[in-house]
Structures are given as C-alpha cells and as structure tokens.
Write a protein that binds this ligand. Structure first.
Ligand SMILES: O=c1ccn([C@@H]2O[C@H](COP(=O)(O)O)[C@@H](O)[C@H]2O)c(=O)[nH]1
Length: 271
C-alpha cells in the first residue's frame, strides 16, 4: 500500500487508528484456550469487530516469537487473514530489526515477501547500510525508531551529538538516504511536546505513535502538534483496546474502546 492509499483510507474511515495485536495467552478469555490456535482465534475476533474503525494493525512480533513455532504460525495466519479479507488495511510488523546489509536484506524478505506485511519497524543504531536494504522494497515502508515512548528514550535519543539531539540527527540524516520516501518514524505519544520540533524536520512523513492508553500518552496533544497536511499519523493502542474485557463479549468491548479513539480522531479531521 502506498502512503497516498493510506491517506485515502484514513479520510474514508475518518480514523488514523492502528490496533496493536500484542497477544498474551494469560490475558485472553479462558474459553479461547480450548481452540486449536487461541492466538489466531483471538486476533480474528478482534479484527472482525474493529476493522471498520481503524486503518492499520500492528502485531508486535515478540508476542508471537515467545510461543515458538506455534506463535510464528499464528502470526502468519493473522497476516494472511488480514491480506485476504481486509486488503485495504495497512499492516505493520513491529519487529525492531536492523543489522549489517546482507542480514537486513533477509529480515526485509521475511517481513515483506514471506509474510507480506506493508511495513516493518527498524532500529537506526547501525546506520544507513543497515536500513537501506529495507527501503529498497517498492511500496513497502520502513518505520524507524526516532523518539520512543519509554523512559529510556532519554538515555540516548535526546542527548546531544555534535550540538544536536540524537533523534534529530536520525531524522535529518535519514532524509538523504536512497528511497527515503519509504521511511516512516516511531515517535511516542508520551513525548507530545516534541512533535512541533519533529514536524519542522519531517513535515509530512508518517509517524507511528505508540503510547496512548496503557502508557498514558495524550491523543489530543499528539494530534494538535503532529497532524500534517496529509494527516501523517498512525496512532497505536494495543492493551487499551484488545484487553477491554476477558468475557465472551471481549471483541465487542474492544470495538467500543476503538470507537472512542476513532471518534476523537474524527473530531480532529473535521476541524
Ligand atoms: O516507542 C515505542 C515503540 C514501540 N512500542 C510498542 O507499541 C506497542 C504499545 O502497546 P500499548 O499496549 O498500547 O502500550 C507495544 O507493542 C510496544 O512494544 C512502544 O510502546 N513504544
């Protein structure tokens, strides 16, 4: 999916919500544990109940890798289900990869070709040659960590290097890389006060924004400073939506939480 198609979907659905599929078997309704693939059954129910309220889903691969081969199969079934039944949905593998060039190429093949995700998250620490193999894939997106939502973001990302904060160096430098049009960036909702500065460097790049809901980030502030002329935001909520309830109505309860966020987004889009 191109960024233009993503923007079209956002305007059509009046939503820039991304739902995080971070499935923990200890947190899902007990009755699902009897199913052959509880993770996929959970995801399928959540997706069917919420797809009209969001434009993207983001499984964090850690929650699948933790269950070994079974978990990887559940991830594969989830992305195949999304691509077959809801092809207008933008899909993000939150895998935070990045390595020397030939290894990065293999990571990119795994997520873009084998699993056919639209986007993958990548850490910038190893630099240009570790990210460009991802960028080489046409109409696929590399979402690079810029300013993350956690406390540890202040350990390195906001520290000055040659007079400029490291996250700003990441944004500025990456703009000159080959196929940089395929870049998006992760900026945490807990760092809302940084969005105005970030928009000065990357006025229209899409930002994946985790941290609303469970981590306490404020949607209003993010929208106020982060929205761009092409919208440019994907706001993620995982636990705040998918674990709304543990009873048999869990998917409907998740949809209610998603609707609350979608309605707030709609208000910003019509302003
Ligand atoms: O800076 C970052 C980068 C990634 N994440 C991931 O997003 C979700 C957030 O989940 P919630 O349950 O809505 O808090 C999760 O997969 C994180 O690993 C992030 O939170 N911050």
């Amino acid at each position: 999916m191109t960024t233009e198609q993503l923007e079209f979907q956002i305007r059509k659905k009046k939503s820039f919500l991304c739902i995080g599929l971070d499935v923990d078997l200890n947190k899902i309704p007990k009755h699902l544990l009897k199913e052959e693939d509880p993770i996929f059954s959970f995801n399928k129910a959540i997706i069917d109940a919420t797809h009209h309220l969001c434009v993207a889903y983001k499984p964090n691969t850690a929650f699948y890798e933790a269950y070994g081969i079974k978990g990887w199969k559940s991830l594969e079934k989830t992305i195949n289900y999304l691509n077959d039944k809801y092809p207008d949905i933008f899909t993000i593998a939150d895998a935070k990869r990045g390595d020397i060039g030939n290894t990065s190429t293999m990571y990119a093949k795994a997520f873009f070709e084998d699993l056919a995700f639209d986007a993958v998250t990548v850490a910038p620490y190893m630099g240009k040659d570790s990210v460009e193999p991802f960028l080489a894939f046409k109409d696929k997106h590399t979402i690079m960590l810029a300013l993350t939502s956690n406390e540890g973001a202040f350990d390195f990302q906001t520290k000055k290097v040659e007079g400029k904060e490291l996250y700003k160096q990441v944004l500025n430098t990456s703009k000159s890389w080959e196929n940089s049009k395929n870049l998006m960036y992760v900026v945490g909702a807990t760092k809302a006060e940084y969005f105005a500065e970030i928009r000065k460097i990357i006025p229209t790049s899409f930002l994946l924004v985790p941290g609303v809901g469970a981590q306490g980030g404020n949607l209003q502030d993010v929208c106020k400073y982060g929205l761009s002329e092409n919208i440019g935001l994907l706001i993620n909520s995982s636990r705040g939506i998918i674990y709304a309830s543990k009873n048999e109505h869990f998917a409907n309860e998740a949809a209610k939480k998603a609707l609350q966020l979608q309605q707030q987004m709609e208000n910003f889009l019509i302003q």
